[in-house]
Ligand binder design. Sequence first.
Ligand SMILES: Nc1ncnc2c1ncn2[C@@H]1O[C@H](COP(=O)(O)OP(=O)(O)O)[C@@H](O)[C@H]1O
Ligand SMILES: [Mg+2]
Length: 237
Amino acid sequence: MEVTSLYREPPREQERATAAVEFLDVFRIYRSGPAETVALRGLDLRIEAGEFVAVLGPSGSGKSTFLSLAAGLEQPSAGEVRVFGQPLDRLDEAGLAAFRARRIAIIFQSENLLPLLTARENVATAVRLGHRPNARSLATTALGTVDLAPRVTHRPAQLSGGEQQRVAVAAALARDASLVLADEPTGELDLQNERRILDELRRLRDELGSTVVTVTHSPRLASTADRVIEIRDGRAA
Ligand SMILES: Nc1ncnc2c1ncn2[C@@H]1O[C@H](COP(=O)(O)OP(=O)(O)O)[C@@H](O)[C@H]1O
Ligand SMILES: [Mg+2]
């Protein structure tokens, strides 16, 4: 499958010269009829390449909206979002999809996995979308890394919530994603599984050089991070 776009993937050394994620005075306003919700109101932040950042903040403060904009899944109402120096609003739909598929791994609470595919097919599909070869064997290895070797042929409905999150982490590992965006990845996990996810996120940063940005309520996860960014009422606190 050939994706047509002007986007070219730079080498990772070049990536390091620019910030991984920059938000410049970003607003996101949700409108439904006359009602308006300002989810982000002038969010400014900069995350360096290779950083492991925890994002904290009260419920409703705009954390998930921030991740969604960083992933290019939605557009700001005002302001600019840049990922590895690329202003996302300069990419068309195809360019954005290619950018995401090649560089960004998303570990969100919902919409992580394709329900009809097995764990291995889910991971392999993510690898193929990023145009990397050996998708199936990479998927098998990554699932083994997160201790899901006995579950490779299970579909999401046959996996627990924690196991599904680990499949998403395996996909991030297998894809060697430059930027990993995680929304409360340890939210519903017991201590042992939380540790496992933490170890894998750290591995992504330490061994693969990925930039990891994770929203969390977990003090343990936050204390593991290089830096904590707090979002309050749609702004960096
Ligand atoms: N699609 C949407 N439509 C309308 N309002 C939304 C939508 N997504 C989020 N919001 C609102 O934006 C605010 C921030 O939401 P969110 O980013 O999910 O916060 P958090 O992840 O910090 O809990 C909340 O008031 C939420 O209700
Ligand atoms: Mg949220």
